[in-house]
Design a protein around this ligand. Sequence first.
Ligand SMILES: *Cc1c(COP(=O)(O)O)cnc(C)c1O
Length: 301
Amino acid sequence: MHFTTSDLLQQFNTAWLPGNLQAAMLRLDRIHPLVQGNKWFKLQRNLAAAGSRPVVTFGGPWSNHLHATAAACKLLDKPVTGIVRGEAPAVPSQTLRDAAGLGMQIIHVPREVYDALKKGDIARAPLSLLPLLESACIIPEGGGNEAGADGCEDILDWGDFCPFTHILCAVGTGTTLAGLINGAGKRGLTPEIWGVSALKGAFSLEDEIRGLLKGGPGKWSVLHDYHEGGFAKVTPELITEMNDFFRQTGIPTDRVYTGKMVLAFRKLTAAGKFPPGSKILMIHTGGLQGNASLPQGSLHF
Ligand SMILES: *Cc1c(COP(=O)(O)O)cnc(C)c1O
């Protein structure tokens, strides 16, 4: 191997990886037990900008972002409210129970209200929420803003990434991918950077990413064919891949993002998309807490 590995940079091999390729995973799932993966990088500048204001943010019942924000605010001793899309279910998700346990105030709002608030239309808020919304630091859903992308540039300080010819990363809002492209540019790295979209038909992603770019390697793209039926959709093939990958590498993945990235990597490899000699870096963006949504026993890790 021609790159140095660290605690976080793990070289791996699988039965299906051709001998003329090398691959490694940047284990951002291991940076902290609760504030995992890319979410910490997206939050760091947003939370610094909050100062002493309370924090308000948005997410769905299984949101990795809500979970990470709750944990980060607990560590930083900041009051935080999570606004959740849709009426409260009889049994809250494990994610929301964890977030509440970490001190996050959880407020469920109807979908229409959520969608309006998310766009900054505070007038649609329930009256009881208005004073909070007017005084709070509001972090968008998924931490998807410029401060989030800026924070993700720091991901590339966690190792020597010069040797890599390709970087693969899962994509939701595209904020992390934009940060990686900008960060690579600033560090003089020139890999191809490929984002594996977790969403079906999200063809506006490229424009949104372009809106966050400040230069960087020109060679990036979003791959739209590996969503396995749509956002958070789980197929038997995905579960098999996640178990198989863990058995071969010891690396756990999540069902929404990183599992689909690994499946995409295997399919891209089989299709000969990487020239011989390529060194591929995959970014493990965390999200493992969301696996609690799967039926017990699905995963062998
Ligand atoms: C949120 C999340 C992503 C997507 O990040 P974006 O910056 O929104 O594209 C990828 N992987 C995991 C595990 C996530 O939780």
